[in-house]
Ligand binder design. Structure first.
Ligand SMILES: *Cc1c(COP(=O)(O)O)cnc(C)c1O
Length: 365
């Protein structure tokens, strides 16, 4: 069976380095807010090209803390609206709701499955305060167009970069394409920890300070609490793991690009729609998603032939019980994506033989 993703194999590639880094943390006797976190934050900020990086507990918290900071800054208030792509992973919307804000789903583009800048204006009201573009599957949104709409209406742009570590838009990287960005280091992400982890990147000094403070019990100085904060910290051990993996991230991305280009060049089947690429370095291929009318049939066909695939995602947020208040919305593009999408195996665990077999089998369908 060819697995969709094999973390044992991927982390095994750096096994010795990871064990050395873990031992360094164990022996240090210092496990929260120490040298590893400080070093990782500096290294990741430099990788993204931003002034600040703040390590937090996970990707959802990263986004929650950004909106929370804008509320503390008086820029956003409860009941305000945030435009989000309708076909995102539910975490993007949860980050908005968790702050008492209202997520407003916007239809994606049918070809790239990314937020459609031409559909933003019709959703803007006097309560709209931010746009949350999600660089879904690892490809950045059309940020020039999105930032232009934001500038025109005075909105904040918060990137959800949970799937796009290292992706470029022009000469700038994901994380440096809006006002602030949330990253996830969930183990299966392109830059994955060995447990939960997340980060906020931004060039805004005030926002960075408030995110850092709110994430640490609202406290800048021990036992002095400025905000009703929460506890959301990136542990030393995860920061140490991430420093090892960050040094190899560009190699991982190149490997994914090689596999994706092999699929793009070798999958030829009238029944299958391949992903649409906007620019070569815009995509880091967190997921290689294909589309077909009979998605469940294709998934079974591949499974019967030893190929594991996944669906990202089977049910859109507005069709979940958690978002009953959005159930009345008519979002046909979003719904057709959820019915047709299928993710092929992707990652450095795949051999040349594996990807040849996957492409051939998809062609036989
Ligand atoms: C994974 C993911 C998140 C949440 O990250 P966690 O670290 O799991 O909390 C948010 N948004 C998107 C698009 C994701 O893929």
């Amino acid at each position: 069976m060819i697995s969709f993703l094999d973390l044992k194999s991927i982390n095994g590639t750096y096994g010795e380095e990871l064990k050395k880094a873990a031992a360094r943390v164990i022996d240090s006797g210092w496990y929260i807010h120490g040298k590893e976190l400080e070093a990782f934050e500096a290294e990741f900020a430099s990788y993204c090209g931003t002034k600040h990086c703040i390590g937090v507990a996970n990707g959802l918290d990263a986004l929650i803390l950004i909106f929370r900071a804008y509320m503390e800054m008086g820029i956003i208030k409860p009941g305000d609206e945030v435009l989000v792509p309708a076909n995102t992973y539910i975490a993007s919307m949860l980050a908005v709701s968790a702050n008492g804000l209202v997520p407003v789903p916007v239809e994606p583009r049918a070809d790239t499955c990314l937020l459609d800048p031409s559909k933003l204006k019709e959703k803007i009201t006097s309560k709209t305060k931010a746009i949350l573009p999600v660089h879904l599957y690892g490809q950045v949104c059309d940020m020039d167009a999105i930032n232009a709409v934001a500038a025109e209406y005075g909105l904040k742009v918060v990137e959800d970069s949970a799937q796009s570590h290292g992706a470029y838009c022009g000469t700038k990287r994901s994380g440096n394409l809006g006002d602030a960005s949330g990253f996830s280091f969930y183990p299966g992400k392109n830059l994955g920890a060995l447990g939960d982890g997340g980060a906020v990147t931004t060039n805004d000094d005030t926002l960075a300070d408030i995110v850092r403070t709110v994430g640490n019990y609202g406290s800048r100085e021990k036992y002095i609490n400025t905000y009703k904060g929460l506890n959301s910290r990136l542990d030393e051990i995860q920061a140490a793991m991430l420093r090892v993996k960050l040094a190899h991230l560009d190699e991982e991305i190149e490997d994914r690009r090689r596999i994706a280009h092999f699929y793009l060049e070798n999958i030829r089947n009238e029944k299958i729609v391949l992903p649409t690429l906007t620019a070569r370095t815009a995509h880091v291929w967190h997921l290689f998603t294909i589309r077909t009318k009979d998605r469940d049939g294709l998934q079974k066909f591949l499974k019967d032939r030893g190929i594991n695939t996944l669906i990202h995602y089977p049910v859109p947020p507005h069709r979940q019980d958690a978002y009953k208040e959005l159930a009345h919305l008519d979002l046909p593009i979003c719904e057709s994506i959820h019915k047709e999408i299928l993710s092929l195996p992707m990652g450095s665990h795949l051999s040349d033989e594996n990807i040849l077999y996957i492409a051939r089998t998809v062609n036989e369908y």
